[in-house]
Design a protein around this ligand. Structure first.
Ligand SMILES: O=C(O)C(=O)C[C@@H](O)[C@H](O)[C@H](O)COP(=O)(O)O
Length: 359
């Protein structure tokens, strides 16, 4: 079992990563949260089928009453309606400030349940139990949110979890498309922070169906350590935390415009990363073998072109209304070297030209 300690201004908490990590949950609750009166597990339909019983079984040892609330799968959970329904459930079941929420699922459930915890009675504690590779990113760092039709994650908060328990056995049931989604965030972490890790990934991960337990452990702990270092320095995204948005400016625009659920988060940000790499080569002189990168990710099954049916003008508008963009121009995370990101405003004309090339 690996333990990574996260220390932010607002909270210190452990991230436990390993096979059977879920068995650590009862002890964590009885030692740190023995005053709790109730535990609510928020999970989605699919994860409830696969892993809810395992988690409930582990919680028996705590002797605490355990409730469950099941929400729709994926980004369909991150709507105002589902959020409001969760708040109603918490009120009707008389949760209060001595209650704990557990987010059991992928990034979407973590974002939703975390936002419910951040806002219910002005904030109650929550624990993240990620069940996807993608959530190695989203479960750590305290960004919690729901979507608005006008933009992804536009309504949210910074609310750190009390702990993250990452049981690698939960990853065994992941479909290939989900693995692909999560692996894109692993690639992102390597590109923004660690040249050697990027080369390790490129030489070792050539088939997403063949990742060994040891490789999962390496890439998840490295990814989390990279994220932890950034979040510890800049919890509320006043500066360098925005680097974690590499590939997300176009990526979020593609994901939202395709209709949530049609194209996964990771598949969308992979397209956004190719775009940001091209811009980085043109504008920052990034020395990068893009052809080799494209061959590698295509072999892993990623699409690298912007879907034809998406209009350039609509994508441009979404990029300019991204949270990072505070001026007229769209703000991008670019690389001047692998492992060395910067923020840059890019004029519309250059963004349009590059999108046209990538169609
Ligand atoms: O934690 C962060 O900070 C990130 O930016 C992580 C992203 O990878 C995350 O997936 C998310 O999409 C954040 O986007 P944001 O636009 O809501 O900041």
């Amino acid at each position: 079992m690996e333990t990574i300690q996260i220390t932010t201004v607002s909270k210190q908490y452990p991230v436990l990563v390993g096979k059977k990590a879920i068995q650590e949950l009862p002890e964590l609750i009885t030692t740190e949260f023995n005053h709790l009166n109730k535990i609510l597990i928020i999970t989605d339909e699919k994860v409830a089928e696969l892993h809810l019983q395992t988690v409930k079984h582990a919680l028996i040892k705590t002797g605490k009453p355990v409730l469950q609330h099941v929400v729709p799968e994926g980004e369909h959970a991150k709507t105002f309606e589902v959020f409001y329904e969760c708040q109603g459930y918490c009120l009707s079941q008389k949760l209060n400030r001595k209650s704990l929420i557990i987010a059991l699922g992928g990034g979407a459930v973590g974002d939703l349940a975390g936002f419910v915890a951040a806002t219910f009675m002005r904030g109650i504690p929550f624990i993240q139990i990620p069940t996807t590779l993608l959530a190695h990113d989203s479960a750590v760092g305290g960004k919690v949110a729901i979507n608005h039709p006008l933009g992804k994650n536009m309504i949210g908060a910074f609310h750190q979890p009390e702990a993250v328990i990452y049981d690698l056995d939960f990853l065994l049931t992941l479909p290939l498309q989900e693995l692909r989604s999560g692996f894109a965030e692993v690639i992102k972490h390597s590109l923004i922070a660690d040249h050697d890790f990027y080369h390790w990934l490129k030489s070792n991960i050539v088939d997403l169906n063949e990742i060994t337990d040891e490789q999962f452990l390496t890439m998840i702990t490295k990814g989390i350590a990279i994220k932890a270092a950034i979040v510890e320095e800049d919890e509320k995204e006043m500066g360098i935390r925005a680097f974690l948005n590499f590939g997300h400016t176009l990526g979020h625009a593609v994901e939202g415009s395709m209709g949530y659920g049609n194209f996964t988060h990771g598949e969308s940000i992979l397209i956004g990363m190719v775009y940001a790499l091209k811009l980085s080569m043109k504008k920052e002189g990034l020395d990068f073998n893009l052809e080799e990168f494209i061959d590698w990710v295509s072999q892993l099954g990623y699409q690298i072109t912007i879907p034809d049916r998406l209009e350039t003008a609509a994508l441009l508008h979404l990029m300019k209304t991204d949270k990072k963009s505070v001026n007229e121009a769209a703000t991008f995370v670019l690389l001047n070297q692998v492992g060395s990101p910067i923020l840059k405003d890019i004029p519309d004309s250059e963004l349009i030209d590059e999108m046209t090339e990538m169609k």
